[in-house]
Design a protein around this ligand. Structure first.
Ligand code: HAM
Length: 430
């Protein structure tokens, strides 16, 4: 074969494509019920935007971006995540003049040059939400509560958030210095990446894949011991209030997340059913990012869910059921009658999928094809509730009747075409 999909990318056919669409529908419904509106930002941005927001020393910026010069030599990057784009868009819109809070959600492809494996792709999809303009911990609590309502709507039960609070400002500097001091005596044994992390941004050592480094970090200074009074109060209230929002959680002092923009609250949710790539989602507060990118100071908190993983691990099928109706003309003589009848059925059953069969090789063959439609999940996106075949021969065409067969029970009836609405209305009740 000459052309194949690029490594780390994939094609989504039905029913998987429909599971994605149904999951996004649930997101729109749940997030909409909390006042969130959808935002769509461009798939590529200036490279500098991600370097400034996600951070130069993160793996994401350092090793995983799809960066290329455009024809005028400007450096562009396929977005590896969506928060930076949302913040850039809001600053451009004049965020300071917009009524607060601003509640936005998004769904779309993201790109990271990672080693592909089950649940990890180079093009993957995220569903995320950002709540902007609220400094108080109530925003963190509402956001996580909404996230868990969404997960439960998809059938996820028993999930638990790992939460932490990362120091900001001076406290973060003190923490970084303490971490550097603790680890420096062991640095000779570190790989080049971890040596670079130690000097440039010691918090990034929590992302290290080296078991020796992870072992050392178990006894290293902890984020929670370095919180200033304000941060500590924020975190304590967060922990106190979360259970009332239906969020089960456990505190993890080593969770810092792989992006630099986080301040205070951070969280992740993993699922045991996903294997090695078990992080379903991550998020947190990023109170300095707007200012960092040249906007006004603006508190914000958000999350992004890996949609590919969310769909793969979903305990129940999010697609709704659909009735299928296959219209089978006996021969090409009945094709135009079949088109008209199909349209009339669509008008009275907009909830159903109505397919016209154009083989014209007789009713028996047509029925065989209708049965195939039923058994082939990639032919239609929905879960099939009922299948009816509408059989149209010369007799039906001449007398203006239709013969309808219920493929499950085998029952068959012939009635005047004018009664379609009535008869298919009845089929909907059944
Ligand atoms: P993140 O933790 O980098 O956070 O990504 C969020 C989720 O995207 C991960 O938990 C994972 O499920 C999914 N994901 C990441 N990389 C891949 C991949 N290569 N293949 C499949 N799924 C993947 C962010 O992106 C932040 N923007 C979240 C956020 C929003 N923080 C505040 N607001």
């Amino acid at each position: 074969m000459k052309y194949r999909s690029v490594k780390g990318t994939r094609d989504l056919f039905a029913p998987e494509s429909e599971r994605f669409a149904a999951t996004e529908r649930v997101a729109r419904e749940v997030f909409g019920s909390y006042g969130y509106a959808e935002i769509r930002t461009p798939t590529f941005e200036s490279t500098d935007l991600f370097a400034r927001s996600v951070g130069e020393t993160t793996d994401l910026v350092h090793k995983e971006m799809y960066t290329f010069p455009d024809r005028k030599g400007r450096s562009l990057t396929l977005r590896p995540e969506n928060t930076a784009g949302v913040v850039r868009a809001l600053i451009e819109r004049g965020v300071q003049d917009l009524p607060k809070p601003i509640r936005l959600w998004y769904a779309g492809p993201q790109f990271r040059y990672e080693q592909p494996q089950a649940g990890r792709y180079r093009e993957f999809h995220q569903i995320g939400a950002e709540l902007i303009g609220v400094p108080s911990v109530s925003a963190d609590i509402e956001l996580l509560g909404m996230l868990f309502v969404f997960l439960r709507r998809l059938g996820y039960e028993g999930l638990r958030a790992r939460i932490n609070c990362v120091p900001t400002g001076k406290a973060r500097e003190t923490f970084s210095a303490a971490l550097r001091e603790f680890l420096r005596p062991h640095a000779r044994r570190f790989g080049p990446d971890d040596q670079r992390r130690l000097e440039q941004n010691p918090l990034r050592l929590f992302d290290s894949k080296d078991p020796a480094v992870q072992g050392l970090l178990k006894d290293a200074p902890k984020t929670l011991d370095f919180l200033d009074e304000k941060a500590r109060a924020h975190h304590e209230e967060f922990k106190r209030e979360l259970p009332q929002s239906g969020v089960d959680f456990v505190e993890d002092g080593t969770l810092v997340r792989g992006l630099d923009y986080y301040t205070l609250t951070v969280f992740e949710v993993t699922s045991g059913s996903l294997g090695a790539q078990d992080a379903i989602l991550g998020g947190g507060r990023y109170d300095n990012l707007f200012a960092e990118l040249g906007g006004p100071p603006m508190p914000a908190v958000g999350f992004a869910i890996g949609e590919d993983r969310l769909v793969a691990a979903a305990p129940k099928d999010p697609r709704s059921e659909k009735a299928l109706i296959v219209v089978v003309p006996d021969s090409p003589d009945e094709f135009s009658y079949a088109l008209a009848v199909s349209n009339e059925i669509r008008a009275c059953r907009p909830d159903a999928g109505v397919e016209t069969d154009f083989a014209g090789k007789g009713i028996a063959k047509g029925l065989g094809r209708a049965a195939q439609v039923l058994s082939d999940p990639s032919r239609h996106g929905a879960r099939v509730s009922t299948v009816h075949a509408v059989l149209l021969g010369g007799r039906e065409r001449e007398s203006g009747t239709v013969t309808v067969k219920d493929l499950a029970s085998g029952q068959q009836r012939t009635f005047p075409r004018q009664n379609l609405a009535e008869e298919f209305g009845a089929a909907r009740q059944a």
